[in-house]
Every structure is written in C-alpha cells, then in structure tokens.
Design a protein around this ligand. Structure first.
Ligand code: NAD
Ligand code: 89V
Length: 343
C-alpha cells in the first residue's frame, strides 16, 4: 500500500495525541512539522524524530513534499491555514472549532471545493467507541424509531491547566466542548431544524459560559437535550464521558458512566461494556478521546485513498457549527433559532 506523507502544523498540547496516532495509523506518516514557537517545534520534533521543522507555514508549503496537512493550531489561524492548503492543492484536516464564525467556515469549505482538495474537520467525538456502539444499536433497530434523546457532559474537571486559553475567550463551553456533543446528537438523531439554548457562567475565574442547556428539534421529529457543564462536582468525576439516553418506539438505550451500554426492549435488558481501548501511548481518563483520534485519522487516510467524502467533512461540519452559532444566538436573544436559515 502506498504510504501517504503528511505535514502537521501546530505542535501544542493536543498535537501530541495526533502525532502518537499518526505513528499507529496504517498508510500514512508525518514527514514535516511546523510551529511558530521554536520550543514546541523542538519538543515534538525530538519526541517523534521529525527532522523537517518549520516556523512558518508558508515556507513549509513552499518546500512541499507531502500529500496532506494536519492543522492542529487553535481556531484563530484555521481559516488562513486551510486557505493556504487549498492554494497549494494539499488536502487538509482542520481541528475543531473549524472557524471563528459560520461565514468563515462556509468560505473555507467553498475554497477547498473550488481547489478540488479534500477537507475534513477533526471532530473526533463521534468516533469514540461508546458512541459508535450507541449508533450500531440504533442501526440494528434495537429500540425502533427514536423519538427523544439526551446527550450529557457534566464535569468539574480542570481543563484550564492543559488548555489555559479556554479561560480567556468570550465564548467557552459551547464553542469548545458543546460542539462535540452537538455533533454526537446530529450523528445519532440526524440533522436539526431549530435550536433553543440557555447559558450560565458559574466559575468566576473565566470569561465565557461554563454551563449550557440546549434543546434541539431534529428534522425527523425527534427532540433532544444537549447539556454541558464544567461547573458540576460529582462523587466520581466522569470526564471525558458523554452520557446518552435514547427513547424509541420499541425500547430504550442508556450509555451510563463507566462505559456501560444498556439496551431495553421487548426481549429484556442487555448490558454491554463499551469501554474504549487503552492504547499504549494513552493515559486515563483521556484514553476515550485518544482512541477516537486514532480512529478519525485512520478514517482520513482510508477515505482519501478511496477518493470518498469523510464522515466529518468540512461540508458536514457546517451543520454542526450552525448549532454552535444558533445556540449562542438563542441564549443571547431568548428565542428559538431556525437552523435551516443559517445554512
Ligand atoms: P495549543 O495552544 O497548546 O497549541 C497550538 C499550537 O499551535 C501552539 O504551539 C502554537 O504556537 C501553534 N500555532 C498557532 N498558530 C500557528 C500558526 N499560524 N503557524 C504555526 N503554528 C501555530 O492548543 P491545543 O490545546 O493543542 O489546541 C489546538 C486545537 O485543538 C484547538 O483548536 C482545540 O480546540 C483543539 N482540541 C481538540 C481536541 C479534540 O478532542 N478534538 C482536544 C483538545 C484540543
Ligand atoms: O476537545 C477539546 O477541545 C477539549 C476537551 C475535550 C477537553 O474539551 O477542550
């Protein structure tokens, strides 16, 4: 099998997971890295044995010699770097949040489409083993037609120590974490026609909201609640688990804390352990996220080789991103927002 060569831009906190996962992915490897911070360039270059190192993305693209780029910087640089990739006809993966605004995100999708290059958003939560198990149970018809769902991520985990920038933005939990949970809701119950949201800031040391409760009207008639909080202290800390409840015409699904999947229908209740694998380079409690990083990167390579659209293509992610913008608008105006009108 031909091995694809990749370049990674942004050697920060999360890129370490991406670099480990690239070592495990079949059919691709990273040959060049870029970070404007020389200290981060050295840490990642030395740890993963990458000699081609750049401080400037333009210089990286000018030298070329790679088949795709993995953009692992924070959101401020995403649009410029995706546009740079398109100009150089290089397929691109872009970390979430895809862009600062939905209108930027639409331009990025259009630019890559016009350049004829693949674009995937690194929206990895739907690739988590427990979420895949929920989707499979639905697909085999275990609970009939779902009419209600809840997708819940409530935690008191200190995310700010690893990602200090999260405390500084005007927007926090919906843009950073809610985006993942909203994507899971779409992945499980389908696209959304309207969104209603309420937000709160509980932690006085941060700028943005750390609690959000979001009501989604799905196009298929189902209703769901996405509730996210970083202000919730619990006896057993669930970070970073997304808990799922689904009610259907023939039964119910519950994804419970500790990765238990309970399916109840006319045949009774089955309980399955759907824990993620602890990959050799992973560490608890992050292993759920880390395994999904490996899964999405393998999917990138497989689909790129087949010339097929990615599950979280840029175009797909516009429909998740619209829910983020819609939720902020709803919370600000106290109104329900028509999602279709945003797209
Ligand atoms: P970070 O600040 O630790 O790292 C970003 C790195 O990018 C820094 O080293 C910075 O110097 C570099 N950089 C920024 N702009 C650059 C540019 N134009 N050219 C070259 N280098 C540049 O941030 P992080 O915590 O690693 O987060 C990165 C992204 O990953 C964010 O968008 C974040 O939301 C996302 N993230 C995703 C997940 C997930 O599960 N998908 C988890 C954590 C973080
Ligand atoms: O996905 C993220 O960007 C992370 C985390 C999973 C911790 O919320 O901030």
């Amino acid at each position: 099998m031909t091995e694809l060569q990749g370049a990674l831009i942004g050697c920060g906190f999360f890129a370490i997971n991406q670099m480990h996962a690239w070592n495990d992915v079949e059919g691709a490897r990273i040959v060049a890295i870029c970070d404007r911070d020389p200290a981060r360039l050295k840490v990642v270059g030395d740890q993963f044995g990458i000699d081609r190192r750049y401080r400037d993305a333009e210089a990286l693209f000018a030298d070329g010699g790679f088949d795709f780029v993995d953009i692992a910087t924070t959101v401020e640089s995403h649009r410029a770097l995706v546009e740079m990739a398109a100009r150089h006809k290089v397929p691109a993966i872009c970390q979430k949040p895809f862009a600062k605004t939905l209108s930027d995100a639409k331009i990025m999708v259009e630019t890559c489409r016009n350049a004829g290059v693949a674009l995937m958003v690194h929206e990895n939560f739907r690739w988590q083993t427990p979420i895949q198990a929920v989707r499979k149970a639905l697909e085999v018809g275990a609970i009939g037609t779902p009419f209600w769902g809840r997708f819940s991520f409530r935690s008191g985990y200190d995310v700010f120590s690893g990602q200090p920038y999260l405390a500084e933005g005007e927007r926090f939990i919906i843009e950073d974490l809610g985006i993942h949970v909203l994507d899971i809701a779409r992945y499980i119950l389908g696209d959304v026609s309207a969104v209603t949201a309420r937000t709160k800031r509980v932690n006085p040391k941060i700028k943005g909201e750390d609690v959000a409760t979001i009501l989604l009207d799905h196009k298929n008639g189902a209703t769901s609640v996405v509730d996210v909080s970083y202000a919730t202290r619990l006896l057993t800390e669930p970070f970073p688990e997304t808990l799922v409840e689904l009610d259907g015409s023939e039964g119910t699904i519950r994804l419970t804390q500790g990765y238990g999947l309970k399916v109840t229908n006319a045949e009774g209740t089955t309980t399955t352990n759907v824990s993620p694998k602890l990959l050799p380079w992973a560490s608890r409690p992050w292993h759920n996220i880390q395994e999904s990083v490996y899964a999405i990167q393998q999917h990138w390579v497989d689909q790129l080789k087949r010339g097929m659209e990615h599950s979280t293509s840029g175009a797909d992610n516009l429909r998740t991103f619209a829910l983020v913008e819609g939720a902020y608008e709803s919370a600000a105006k106290g109104q329900t927002i028509d999602v279709g009108a945003m797209l």
